[in-house]
Design a binder for this molecule. Sequence first.
Ligand SMILES: [Zn+2]
Length: 154
Amino acid sequence: MEPEKPWTATSAIIAVDASSFCYRVCSACERTLSGNSDVCGFCDFRAFNPGTIGSRRVYRILVSIASGTEVFVVICFDRAARVLFGCSADEFFDFVKRNPFAGMAAGKVLEGELFRVTLSKPKNGNAQHLRVASIVPLRPDFKPAIVALRRLYG
Ligand SMILES: [Zn+2]
């Protein structure tokens, strides 16, 4: 049984699905951009100079965590994922583009780390994964994945 209210527990990361870790939003209104579109349909036609409104990437990544005897696959959005990765989704995307195995390596770096995780039920009733409302590393000298990756890949 999943509780209805957000709850907090000590959890270990057991896997990070880095195969799909971000999506793009309009940099003006933060609406999700669909497919390969670079242009926000909502903002662009209101823009003084159409085509000048950019996009940026934000994280949405599935993470498996173990808490007590249970394993959950939970979804980390931008704020929580930045704690794990230590950089913006755009920076991480560029890093993975230059270093194709960095996504997988990030998962390895984070595996086994302990966090104090607050999970909440998705607001959208159809969403299938609990979402990470907040995540705080328990190890005082925890370094986000990008620190190790920069060391690994120079
Ligand atoms: Zn927009």
